[in-house]
Design a protein around this ligand. Structure first.
Ligand SMILES: NC(=O)c1ccc[n+]([C@@H]2O[C@H](COP(=O)([O-])OP(=O)(O)OC[C@H]3O[C@@H](n4cnc5c(N)ncnc54)[C@H](OP(=O)(O)O)[C@@H]3O)[C@@H](O)[C@H]2O)c1
Length: 338
């Protein structure tokens, strides 16, 4: 099968596009999925580089334990490992696993769920990791009617879903983004948008019941100073130093929490229900073919992604030729409303 393979940590040039990779066989409790689409997360970049080094505790200290890359998947179940009870061959599913930048990947059955029928496969693939992070963040932040939530990094993969989930929970939402994304975050339901290139939310007296930090540029102490009496600061920032600082503070303050998304089928079910109810829809920024994974990761590294970028695995070869280096983003407010 075709797959993206990584044997050593380093730059994106170390990634190999191969057409001769053996198809994985599902082990006990796993399903094998023919991948229709995968999506790109900052964690994929960390896996390629092995930085932050903390991640190597999970991925392998000297070299990646598993050579596959890619974490989000949407596709069709093609075979079952022993003991699988929740799925049958032919089921269309989405979820999280390792190695989804490939034509076939195996996943634990408790980390996949029926895919939302109202989404395309690429849209479904955009949802798992970012959606579960956003959902768990909004729970930890007790987003509800009467609560005011501030999202730093609101136009990215996690942020644009957090806006929609917070709105579904009836919270008031302030989105922090740059000027070009103000229209996008408003179209997704944010009540207020703050352009961080011109304004600083800490310069105002507004207090928030939850601050979800996805970028790590405003000192944690300043964020905490802008919390309401029972407010909470939630750190989901892919930088070891920031997470360590937040973790240390969380030991002495219940108002600071570090988020580590936990992958589970029940949250995938919850996300599907939000999609079915019309409350959540991922925004696709750019689409890449499997061969274009290094380009997709380079784009992710700009930290300018609007919504999510996706990898289309089963796109016909003819169409794939145009998926390598997309010129236009789909993530403009008009596209988001469609
Ligand atoms: N805890 C977990 O399990 C978990 C899971 C997933 C993700 N994460 C972490 O969560 C963070 C966000 O992930 P993501 O997938 O949403 O990232 P992403 O899609 O790469 O985020 C890109 C967005 O960040 C915005 N941005 C950049 N600098 C900003 C700033 N100073 N203020 C406000 N917005 C800014 C950009 O908007 P502009 O172009 O407008 O600046 C862009 O839309 C990452 O650090 C990731 O590692 C953690």
């Amino acid at each position: 099968m075709r797959a993206i393979i990584q044997h050593r940590y380093g730059g994106f040039e170390r990634l190999e596009y191969r057409e001769d990779v053996a198809e994985p066989r599902p082990r006990r409790g796993e399903v094998a999925i023919a991948v229709a689409a995968a999506s790109v997360n900052p964690a994929d970049r960390f896996r390629v580089s092995g930085v932050p080094r903390l991640g190597r505790l999970a991925f392998g200290w000297f070299r990646p334990r598993v050579p596959g890359l890619g974490m989000d998947v949407a596709g069709t179940v093609v075979s079952l490992g022993p003991g699988v009870t929740r799925f049958a061959v032919g089921d269309e599913v989405y979820g999280e696993t390792l190695g989804s930048f490939a034509e076939v990947v195996c996943a634990r059955e408790d980390r996949v769920a029926a895919r939302p029928r109202g989404l395309t496969m690429p849209e479904a693939a955009a949802l798992p990791l970012a959606g579960m992070t956003a959902l768990q963040a909004m729970r930890a932040g007790r987003a509800r009617a009467g609560a005011h939530v501030l999202i730093l990094g609101a136009s990215g993969g996690v942020g644009h879903l957090a806006i929609q989930i917070a709105r579904a929970l009836d919270a008031e939402v302030t989105a922090v983004c740059s000027e070009r994304n103000v229209g996008l975050v408003r179209s997704l339901g944010a009540h207020h948008a703050i352009d961080y290139t011109r304004d600083d939310f800490t310069a105002h007296s507004t207090r928030y019941d939850a601050i979800l930090d996805l970028v790590g540029t405003t000192p944690i102490g300043r964020c905490v100073a802008h919390l309401s009496e029972r407010g909470v600061y939630l750190a989901s920032v892919g930088r070891t130093g920031w997470i360590l600082r937040a973790a240390l503070r969380s030991l002495v303050s219940r108002r600071v929490k570090v988020l580590a998304a936990i992958s589970c089928a029940s949250d995938l079910d919850a996300l599907r229900e939000l999609v079915d109810a019309g409350a959540v829809r991922p925004v696709i920024d750019r689409r890449f073919a499997l061969e274009g994974v290094p380009d997709a990761l380079r784009y992710s590294a700009t930290e300018r992604t609007r919504g999510k970028s996706v990898i289309e695995i089963t796109a016909p070869r003819r169409a794939r030729a145009s998926l390598g280096s997309p010129i236009e983003s789909e993530a403009d407010p008009r596209a988001a409303r469609r």
